[in-house]
Design a protein around this ligand. Structure first.
Ligand SMILES: [Zn+2]
Length: 473
């Protein structure tokens, strides 16, 4: 089966970041065959008109707690400590395997709908191997590309990684499975005894990368990075999530050992892991990928990741400059950079750069067409990267291919069982709401509002004379 996109503005994201106006993308089987102007296609190729649209590689999210999508939006007003209390301490253990399935299924469908063709499921609710089976069952039911990052917040990583159940799961579902990749997902607390060492040794033995929430204010810090470094566990495949509250020394260690950082700007801004760190990462030469973290606050939409990351970086530059009575004359971070991070950056972070992340012949055909003829925002397209970062949004995702398979066409999902996802998520919400009770359910969603600070206004007028329409002093 072949697909040919005709006459689009193609952002190849190849090494030279070649941009081709009025170009075609030919897909044969599961791979990109050719990119160029006026291509010849096989007679049976499905032709998709990309006129007025932008063709780009499928986006890649390197850190999303997909099981939490069943609680979409519940924690909109949370801080990080409220999130920890709800999921880690109190309610996370209430999630049954079918609840992990429900969240993952909805999240996986959401990903492909938004043009995110590869997603890391940072799955730290895997209390039992049955939960892990459910997570994988859901990911395999959706035609996207998924990397399972196995985690379990109910136990220390030295416990679950060394359990027979985990080993058995890995043999059954991962070693010869259908997923795009596998990581171990756990955090390093900085305990000088370094109990996480046993989990790193399992990762090394299995030959799989580790992904870890690092530099999270009040939770993980420079000690964790130092322990990893001193024990030889900082490897090129390691993904450091957030890395927002770290010293320059830790950033140097990450850069020197070839790791990368998954930046979740919307999360860092609202939850409080630290200031979104791209302003530090670019000075230390650390590769970046983007992520949305969890739909308990935000949706799984990498357009907002690009937008907020660009804005947070610039915001920081302006703030620092103004503090020195200076003006920023030219921005360091460009729209082109965040588009690169949302595509190529993710591919590199996951060790999949030869397979996905760019529209070049030979790579897997993960293709996104942004086109929306009914939108006043889709013309004129003058600055292609700027258009993707600041103008386009998920509703403009017209067509999505994953490995040459059309999973969204004309703005509609193909073969996605949204009805099943809806029913299963509803059952999960009912289960949690009933188990918690109405009072706890509402309290969880509505954290206390701190007392407001209101300055005394020295210019407060007290007396208004309607006749003369003037304030009396
Ligand atoms: Zn996270």
């Amino acid at each position: 089966m072949s697909v040919i996109f005709r006459n689009g503005l193609v952002l190849t994201m190849d090494d030279a970041h070649t941009v081709l106006p009025g170009a075609d993308v030919l897909v044969v089987g599961d791979r990109i065959a050719e990119v160029g102007v006026g291509l010849t296609a096989p007679d049976d190729a499905e032709e998709i008109d990309a006129t007025g649209g932008i063709l780009m590689p499928g986006m890649i999210d390197t850190h999303r707690h997909m099981w939490q999508t069943a609680m979409r939006g519940y924690g909109a007003d949370w801080t990080l400590s409220q999130y920890f209390v709800w999921y880690y301490l109190e309610s996370g253990k209430l999630f049954r395997p079918e609840d992990v399935y429900a969240g993952n299924l909805l999240s996986a469908i959401e990903a492909i709908d938004a043009g995110v063709t590869t997603t890391v499921d940072w799955s730290h609710g895997l209390q039992t191997p049955q939960h892990a089976d459910a997570a994988v069952d859901a990911l395999e039911a959706v035609p996207g590309r998924f990397v399972l990052a196995y985690g379990n917040i109910q136990q220390g990583p030295w416990e679950w990684t060394t359990s027979d159940g985990f080993r058995d799961f890995h043999r059954r579902r991962i070693a010869n499975g259908k997923l795009a990749g596998f990581q171990l997902a756990f955090d390093v607390t900085g305990d000088p005894a370094f109990p996480e060492k046993a989990a790193f040794e399992v990762a090394r033995e299995l030959g799989v990368p580790v992904t870890t929430h690092a530099g999270v204010w009040g939770a993980t810090n420079d000690d964790g990075i130092r322990l990893m470094y001193e024990n030889g566990f900082m490897t090129p495949g390691t993904v450091y999530v957030h890395a927002a509250t770290l010293s320059s020394d830790s950033y140097h260690r990450i850069a020197a050992t070839g790791g990368s950082v998954s930046v979740s700007t919307e999360s860092e801004q609202s939850a409080g892991q630290g200031y979104p760190p791209t302003w530090q990462l670019r000075k230390h030469g650390i590769p970046v990928s983007l992520s949305m973290d969890t739909s308990v606050w935000w949706s799984g939409d990498l357009f907002s990741a690009m937008r907020t990351t660009l804005s947070a970086d610039r915001s920081r530059e302006h703030l620092e400059a103004h503090g020195k009575q200076e003006t920023v004359t030219n921005h360091h971070l460009r729209a082109e950079h965040v588009v690169d991070w949302a595509t190529r950056g993710g591919a590199k972070a996951l060790g999949m750069d030869s397979e996905v992340g760019a529209l070049t012949p030979g790579r897997l055909a993960d293709v996104v067409l942004l086109r929306n003829d009914d939108s006043p925002v889709m013309f004129p397209i003058l600055n292609a990267y700027g258009h993707v970062a600041f103008q386009a949004q998920r509703g403009d995702v017209h067509t999505v291919l994953v490995g040459g398979r059309v999973v969204k066409r004309d703005g509609k999902l193909v073969d996605a069982d949204l009805a099943t996802a809806r029913a299963k998520v509803a059952a999960t919400v009912d289960h949690l709401r009933e188990t918690l009770g109405e009072e706890a359910w509402k309290r969880g969603m509505n954290p206390e509002v701190p007392p407001a600070e209101l300055f005394d206004n020295p210019y407060q007028y007290t007396d208004y004379d309607a006749g003369s329409a003037q304030w009396k002093h």
